[in-house]
Design a binder for this molecule. Structure first.
Ligand code: IPD
Ligand code: CA
Ligand code: CA
Length: 267
């Protein structure tokens, strides 16, 4: 791999270390799945355990860096120059059900700009990573977004709405609108991080979703951009800087795709 910033090395090391216990936990879930107890609390503790290992590894390298995580909130908030953004398990519902589609996602920001990111799928042993200006990789191979030219031929993926969403109806009608404009049925794979990574390597041609959190997409954004993809944060929620609506695709279909979603915007 030709990525060599100190931060990418630190992140990959943390991912590999945390993934060892995550793989063990996933094996345990498969057992719990069929037991009468069910996986319930075990999943929450797997999230926390994974996050703890990641934070320990990152802090070993830089104890002063800021951290935003899904499970522990914010750490070292005074440091605005260097910040890690962590989702220890993106795709928890898949994990909980023994479905091997989840990932560790870690991004690194300098002065509010994402400089590098890693999304690691420990079950398929697929490590997506990118560094600003140095391209995006899947394991040791350079990746690029697809070359699909027309939105109607695109394979698109989305996610949500979450149970607590107040705009469920609008999200579903947007889904119908998109479905009416493309030939293949829209996919839902249940991990925002992997959805973005899959657009980056050309498996999907585009992805959109509302009401995400920053840790779902921070690493994916740099991986997608470095793979030649375009990202649009439509109707950015200024009230909460950690909330994101996102639309990502290859460059060819980006305008057509953005026009379709944004013209149907939600009040
Ligand atoms: C979720 C996944 C899912 C998306 C949800 C996210 P989690 O993250 O990325 O694909 O639809 O909005 O919250 O809870 O599994 O880390
Ligand atoms: Ca997530
Ligand atoms: Ca998570």
């Amino acid at each position: 791999m030709r990525l060599n910033s100190p931060q990418i090395n630190i992140i990959t090391k943390a991912c590999l270390k945390a993934s060892r216990s995550l793989i063990r936990d996933f094996g345990e879930i498969e057992n719990l799945q069929v037991s009468t107890k069910g996986p319930g609390d075990f999943v929450t503790s797997a999230d926390k355990r994974t996050e703890k290992i990641i934070i320990e590894e990152l802090q070993k390298a830089h104890s002063d860096y800021g951290i935003i995580t899904e499970e522990s909130g914010s750490i070292n908030t005074a440091n605005k120059n260097n910040r890690w953004i962590i989702d220890p398990i993106d795709g928890t519902t898949n994990f909980l059900n023994g479905i091997p589609q989840f990932a560790i996602s870690i991004g690194y920001e300098e002065e509010s700009e994402i400089k590098c990111g890693v999304i690691f799928d420990p079950i398929k042993n697929e490590m997506f990573c990118a560094e600003k200006g140095n391209g995006a990789y899947l394991n040791n191979s350079r990746i690029r977004v697809s070359n699909k030219k027309k939105l109607k031929d695109a394979l698109l993926v989305t996610g949500g709405p979450r149970q607590s969403s107040k705009i469920k109806k609008e999200i579903f009608s947007e889904f119908v609108e998109v479905s009416n404009n493309i030939l293949s049925p829209v996919r839902k794979f249940g991990s925002a991080a992997l959805d973005l990574a899959y657009v980056a390597c050309g498996r999907f041609d585009g992805y959109w979703q509302r009401e995400l959190n920053y840790w779902d997409v921070a690493a994916g954004i740099i991986i997608l951009k470095e793979a030649g993809g375009f990202v649009n944060f439509f109707e950015e929620n200024n009230k909460d800087p950690l909330k994101r609506n996102i639309l990502a695709s290859n460059s060819n279909i980006h305008d057509e795709f953005s026009n379709l979603i944004i013209k149907k915007n939600i009040e």
